[in-house]
Structures are given as C-alpha cells and as structure tokens.
Write a protein that binds this ligand. Structure first.
Ligand code: HEM
Length: 211
C-alpha cells in the first residue's frame, strides 16, 4: 500500500506543479506538454520515457487497489465476528468509507479525466487541439458540471491523501511520542496545498483568469 501510494504521491506533486505552468501562458504550458513526450530524446525515441511512466503509474494504481482489497479481506478474516461495541476509532466508519468510496470516485474521475484532457473524446476541442486549448475548453463556464465533478474528486484526493500519509507514517512507526501532532498537521497541510494547487486551474478558467 505504502510503496505504491508513494509512487502516486510523487506523480501528484509533479502533475500539480506542471499544471501550474498554465499561469505562464499557452506557449509555456504546451511546450511543457511537448517536453513530456520528447524527454529522453535522442537517446531513446519520443514517448519512451512517457510510456514507461504511464506503465509504472498504471501498475501502481492496480497494485494499490489490490493491496487495499487484500488487506481488508485479511482484516475481516482475522475478526470474522463483528465487535459488539462500536467504538469510534481511526480504523472505522468515516475513515473506511472515505478511503473506499473516495478511492472509487478517484478512479472514475481519472477515467473521465483521461477521456477529457488526454484523449479529447469528451472534450469540446477534441484530440487535435493543444493541451492548453483542451484545458480552457474543458473548464468553460458552460460546462460548470465538469468543474464541479473535478472539485468533488479533488476534495476526495485530498482526504484520501491525508489519511494515506497518516497511515504510512503509522506503519513506519513514526507517530509515537511527541511527533504525533506534528505529523498529523503535516499530512493535513500537505494535502491541502496539493488540492489547492490542482483546484487553482479549473477555478482560473471558470472566472476567466486563464482563457
Ligand atoms: C484540476 C486538476 C487537473 C488538471 C487541470 C489536469 C490536467 C491534465 C492534463 C492537461 C493532462 C494531459 C497532459 C498532456 O496531454 O500532455 C493530464 C493528464 C493526466 N492526469 Fe491530470 N489534471 C488534473 C488533476 C489530476 C489528478 C487529481 C489526477 C490523479 C488523481 C490526474 C491524473 C492524470 C493522469 C494519470 C494523466 C495522464 C498522464 C499520461 O499518461 O499522459 N490529474 N492532466
């Protein structure tokens, strides 16, 4: 869970920072998107590094989900009879639901997101347009429902990340003693900053600051 989660967190940081290039203008954003396709040239053909990254990402998502299902199965096998007392704890109720259903929403979001901004299938400008034009058309105010879906999914990403980071810190045994509060705060602040960085783009297009 933790290793694949870490790969996905690194991707999210890089993706969020890359997205912010949109504030530097169309040329900067598009040349960054072009660089993603050509990085490694001429040592390796175009798209080699990108394709390898995509394979690692897809593998990390699949293994992350597989670990989640097998850990949940192992937990229910170890405790086939439910607890009589329903104590509110870190590992129950709200957190479990956020991680499970939040995870499913994030997967659905990524599928929509790929059809929208990578393949252009559900984007008004289609595949032929530049990445910048696809983003601007995708978050056009007339498609407010797309932006709303993105915002809900991004909040899910934030909650998922916050709990995921916290769990990873616990697994590594870092949360004992006085570090507990600091690490909890770190997980919350890190997740909030990441979500705000992502949210900035659709909001900027919605209000016409990026057009
Ligand atoms: C508002 C937030 C976001 C914006 C504006 C955005 C924008 C983009 C754009 C423009 C692309 C296409 C890049 C290109 O064709 O060169 C892309 C690809 C992608 N995005 Fe996002 N993204 C956002 C959030 C996310 C989130 C939260 C995730 C994951 C949970 C994600 C996962 C991906 C993936 C997996 C790809 C495909 C990368 C590839 O294989 O080429 N994105 N995004």
């Amino acid at each position: 869970m933790a290793v694949t989660g870490a790969v996905l967190v690194l991707f999210l940081i890089a993706h969020m920072v890359g997205n912010l290039k949109i504030f530097l203008g169309a040329e900067s954003f598009n040349s960054y998107a072009e660089w993603l396709r050509t990085v490694g040239e001429p040592a390796v053909p175009a798209r080699t590094v990108l394709t390898l990254t995509e394979i690692v990402l897809a593998g990390a998502v699949a293994l992350h989900m597989w670990s989640a299902v097998s850990l949940a199965r192992r937990a229910s096998k170890a405790r086939p009879v439910k607890y009589v007392a329903r104590r509110k704890s870190q590992a129950s109720g709200y957190v479990v639901r956020t991680m499970r259903y939040g995870g499913v929403i994030i997967v659905l979001f990524v599928i929509w997101h790929l059809l929208d901004l990578t393949f252009g299938t559900v984007n008004p400008k289609g595949f032929g347009a530049t990445p910048y034009d696809r983003v601007v058309a995708g978050f056009d105010p007339s498609r407010w429902w797309v932006t709303a879906f993105y915002l809900v999914a991004l909040v899910m990403v934030g909650l998922h990340l916050r709990h995921g980071l916290w769990s990873a810190f616990q697994t590594l045994g870092l949360t004992s003693g006085g570090r507990r509060r600091t690490l909890n705060l770190f997980a919350a602040v890190f997740s909030t900053l990441l979500v705000l960085g992502f949210v900035a783009v659709p909001i900027a297009v919605m209000i016409g600051a990026v057009k």
